[in-house]
Design a protein around this ligand. Sequence first.
Ligand code: MSP
Length: 523
Amino acid sequence: MSKKLYITTAIPYVNAKPHVGHVMDYLIADIWARYQKQMGHEVRFQVGTDEHGNKIAAKARDVGQNLQVFVDENYAEFKKFVDSMNISYTDFIRTTDPKHQAAVQYIWQQLTPYIYKGTYEGWYCEGCESFVTDKEAAATNGVCPDHGKSYQRLSEENYYFKASEFSGKVREAIEAHKLKIVPEFRQKEFLNLIKDGMPDVSISRPKKSLSWGVPVPGDDTQVMYVWLDALANYITVLGYPEDAAWKDYWPADVQVVGKDIMRFHAGLWPAMLVGLGLPLPKVLLVHGHVTVGGAKMSKTMGNVVDPVEIINKFGAEALRYYFSRHVSTTEDSDFNWRKFEDAYNNELANDLGNLVSRTANMVTRYQAGVVGEIQKAEHDMFAYNEAMRELRFSDAIDDAWVLVQGANQFIDRVKPWEIAKSAADDPEEKEHLDEVLAHVVGSLLQAASMLYPFLPATSEKITDMFGTGVIKPAEGVLFPKTKLETAEAQPAPVAEPVVEAVAPAPEPEPVQPEPPVSDVAAG
Ligand code: MSP
């Protein structure tokens, strides 16, 4: 039965343009959303931008720009980026949207029984937009390990949210897998973090130190803490509280976040939800971080990779491929241009592009483009479906690739071009050839379906080409081989790629053997 499902992504700060780390939330959620749609479900899929807070205000000041103009510009960069990745989101939320802000004020009012005023003194990291305990600050010598900046000692009058009151409920939900944290080791990590209970959380800042945020209702000296405002987006985007349709989608089926912000999503957010009397999300999928050239990305290191540069050079499908297959869904993984280029040429161009091209060529030459009865796909879907269900997406695409490589090996072994030599005079050989090619086409169509969540445009091209049983010559080339002139230069190349040998559409004559050639045509 068709279900209404909901998946969310972390909303990035708009203090800078997107970097390659931002690919993960969008891509993971998109893979899941597309898979669920293939299964016949209806999916609501939120993305957005986190536009308040000190970090953003400070950056706009540094670059001498009006705050609203600054966030508008960076929002536009994120929007463009998400669209260029071909992400199938249904809703894009901006936290500066007046409707969101009004809903956040409503949420504050609903939480009033759990809000009190107090003076806070502690260590604050502007990068994380959060306080850390004295113990945590001491353990890292007073420097935030994620942002490399010294913690600030702040003492201020704030409003507090009694998250501590909900510790037991949140822990129980996590332990009982009502709120399941994936992968398991992250769940253990979080439960260990809250083993002595969750602390109360400061949820406002005096206006003098933070004016770029949602005003606290009834107190114009205070502005809301950016995390309270940001976390609320997951329900305000659905129309909470006014539009009753939010009830069709909440609780979320999956919330995707990076490991650095797990604690907000596994602690503060569930506590807010319990306080509001709302159900908890079902799954929190925590992905690892992408490093570049083995190091954490940073402006000072000069190793920040711009994903738009990848898309411009190799295309969105290649970006999606690399980050689906070579970046683990849940572990930290490294990006470097050389690995990217190798994956593109060896796997996308050679394995998949070449399979599509040689199959189309053979059906065109030997059968005038008519496949005949496409053989039913034979690849056992169990491992793939299990990996998809368990949110191990890099494992699932690996399994699809087993099929792609298997089809290539089958062609190499059976050598249809040899069979074709005798097929002209021998009806049995002709039948054999038909069967062989029908089998390959069946495999390709099954691979296309398995690859759809990862490479939607490529999958559609393959289905268009082969799906009707009569080959439709495709326009252009599927993954033309490219080379970065400065592939050695790490981490970021400066040169444009050179497109090698873009072969034309398949020629019916002369018949040529079809070993795994390196140049790729058609598709
Ligand atoms: N604004 C908050 C999230 C609020 S959600 C209610 C935030 N923004 S962020 O821009 O710093 O991060 C956005 C997402 O990108 C997070 O899921 C974060 O983990 C992810 N990543 C940021 N850098 C990353 C890598 N280097 N690698 C993978 N993901 C990374 O936190």
